[in-house]
Design a protein around this ligand. Structure first.
Ligand code: FES
Length: 425
C-alpha cells in the first residue's frame, strides 16, 4: 500500500496525522480493511419480531436489507438486484413476503433467494440458485443487538467484544422485559469524518465543560461525568461511566433520566423507574447494577448513549461526510404513558434537533476543516492525556483511567492501525 501507516500514527498513538480524518486514500482503504472485515451493527431484534419483518441498514457504504426469513432466522442481503443492480427494496422498514425489483420484476425471498424471473418464459436460461442477492455471510447477536460481517473468517462476535460484553449486558440486559427500539431512526448528515462522533461517545468527557459550558451553566447543571471513569474493556471499545458506591440510595441509581430526583417528575414515571431499577439490581451482578454508563462504543462505529437511551451508528460517506443514525430504546414493558413521559429525554438534548448535539456537530464539522488545512497534513494532533496512567480496576474488567484519560482514543486508533495494515504488507 502507498500509505505508510506508521507515519499516520505514532507507535503509542499519542500523535496522529490529520490525514487520518481527511485523506481520500485513507478513507478508501478504511472501506476495504475496516468495514469489510469487522462486525457492524445492523438492527435490534425488537425491530424484526416476525417472519417477513425487514429494515434497511448500511454496512459502511453498502446498503443491506436485514430481514427475518420464513426459517425464523435473521438474514442480511445487499440491496442490489442481480439483474442490473437496482435496489430491490426502497421502504425503510416493513413486513413483506418478497422483494420485487421495480425495474423488471425479479423477485427475491426475505433470505435473498431469487424466486422468480418473469421474463424467463421457458424457465431454462436463468440459474436462479446462483443469482440470489449477495449475502452477508456472518450474522450474530448479543443481548438483542444484531451484527453482521462480510468476512466469513471473522472471529466470533463474542470474541470481538471480549470484556465489552460485560458493559453491554449492564446497559442492554438490565430490564426483565428486555428493550424495545421505538419507531424509525433519526438520520442526518454531518460534514465530518465518521470517526469523530465515534470517538466522542467512546470516551470524550473533556469537551463537556467547555463546548457545552454555557448550556450547562444556564441550566445550573454541571457535567456529571467529570468525576467518572473512562473504561477500555478491549482495544477499540470503550465506555464513559460512573460506578456508584454500594450504599447509593436507589433513587440515585435509576436508568435513563436523572429525573426521579426532581420534584416535577410525575409520580407514575418516578414509580416506574424505581421499580425498574429494583428489578435490574436483582438481574445484574452486584457491580453491574451500580454502573451508570453514560456512553458505550463498540469498534468500529457503534455507539450507545445511556442518558439519551439511544443506539447510534456513524456511517462513512466520504472523508468529510457522515450519515449519523440514532434509534430510541425503552424498556419493553414501559406503558404508552411512560414512553410519552420519557420521549423528551430522547429529543431535547441530543439528536438532529438536540440542544447539546448542535454544539457537538459544530465541533465535529470544524474539526474536519482543521484536519484538511493544506500544508498542515503532517502537523500531528495530540492524544497524550493520561498516557500510561490507566490501570486495571478491582471490581470491573478492562483498563480504567480517570475521566480525562485519552487511553480510549489511543486504543481505538491502535486497533484501527492494526486493521489498516492487515493484508497490505
Ligand atoms: Fe432488477 Fe432488472 S434490475 S429486475
Amino acid at each position: 500500500s502507498a500509505i505508510d501507516m506508521d507515519k499516520l500514527l505514532s507507535s503509542n498513538a499519542s500523535r496522529m496525522s490529520r490525514r487520518i480524518y481527511s485523506d481520500e486514500a485513507v478513507y478508501r482503504l478504511e472501506q476495504d480493511r475496516i468495514f469489510k472485515h469487522n462486525w457492524l451493527y445492523l438492527a435490534h431484534e425488537s425491530q424484526l419480531k416476525n417472519s417477513g419483518d425487514f429494515m434497511l441498514a448500511y454496512m459502511g457504504e453498502v446498503p443491506v436489507i436485514v430481514a427475518r426469513g420464513e426459517d425464523g432466522k435473521i438474514h442480511a442481503s445487499v440491496n442490489s438486484c442481480s439483474h442490473r443492480g437496482v435496489p430491490v427494496c426502497s421502504a425503510d422498514k416493513g413486513n413483506a413476503r418478497s422483494f420485487v425489483c421495480p425495474y423488471h420484476g425479479w423477485t427475491y425471498a426475505s433470505d435473498g433467494r431469487l424466486l422468480l424471473v418473469p421474463q424467463d418464459r421457458k424457465k431454462n436460461c436463468i440459474n436462479k440458485e446462483s443469482l440470489g442477492l449477495k449475502q452477508v455471510p456472518r450474522i450474530e447477536s448479543v443481548f438483542g443487538l444484531i451484527f453482521g460481517c462480510f468476512d466469513p473468517e471473522v472471529e466470533s462476535l463474542e470474541s470481538h467484544l471480549g470484556d465489552m460484553r460485560y458493559y453491554l449486558e449492564a446497559m442492554f440486559d438490565r430490564f426483565p422485559s428486555g428493550i424495545e427500539v421505538v419507531g424509525a431512526a433519526q438520520k442526518w448528515r454531518l460534514s465530518s469524518n465518521w470517526k469523530l462522533p465515534v470517538e466522542t461517545l467512546l470516551g470524550d468527557v473533556a469537551h463537556g465543560q467547555f463546548l457545552h459550558g454555557s448550556f450547562l451553566s444556564a441550566k445550573d447543571m454541571k457535567n456529571a461525568e467529570d468525576t467518572g471513569l473512562n473504561v477500555v474493556p478491549k482495544a477499540g471499545h470503550g465506555s464513559i461511566m460512573r460506578l456508584l458506591p454500594p450504599d447509593t440510595p436507589i433513587e440515585h441509581m435509576t436508568w435513563g433520566m436523572e429525573a426521579v430526583l426532581s420534584d416535577s417528575v410525575p409520580e407514575e414515571l418516578k414509580e416506574y423507574l424505581l421499580n425498574t431499577q429494583r428489578e435490574s439490581m436483582k438481574r445484574l451482578d452486584a457491580v453491574q447494577g451500580r454502573i451508570k454508563a453514560s456512553t458505550l462504543g463498540v469498534y468500529p462505529n457503534f455507539s450507545a448513549f445511556g442518558y439519551h437511551s439511544s443506539i447510534r451508528v456513524s456511517h462513512p460517506r466520504g472523508p468529510g461526510e457522515t450519515e449519523y443514525w440514532t434509534w430510541w430504546f425503552v424498556p419493553a414493558d414501559a406503558s404508552d404513558a411512560v414512553r410519552e413521559m420519557l420521549r423528551p429525554n430522547y429529543n431535547f438534548y441530543f439528536g438532529p434537533g438536540g440542544a447539546l448535539e448542535q454544539e457537538d456537530v459544530y465541533s465535529w464539522q470544524q474539526q474536519f476543516i482543521g484536519a484538511s488545512i493544506p500544508g498542515m497534513e503532517d502537523t500531528p494532533l495530540v492524544c497524550e492525556l493520561g498516557l500510561g496512567e490507566e490501570t486495571s480496576h478491582p471490581e470491573m474488567p478492562g483498563q480504567v483511567g480517570d475521566c480525562y484519560n485519552e487511553h480510549y482514543v489511543r486504543q481505538f486508533y491502535l486497533r484501527w492501525k492494526e486493521d489498516m495494515k492487515k493484508g497490505g504488507e
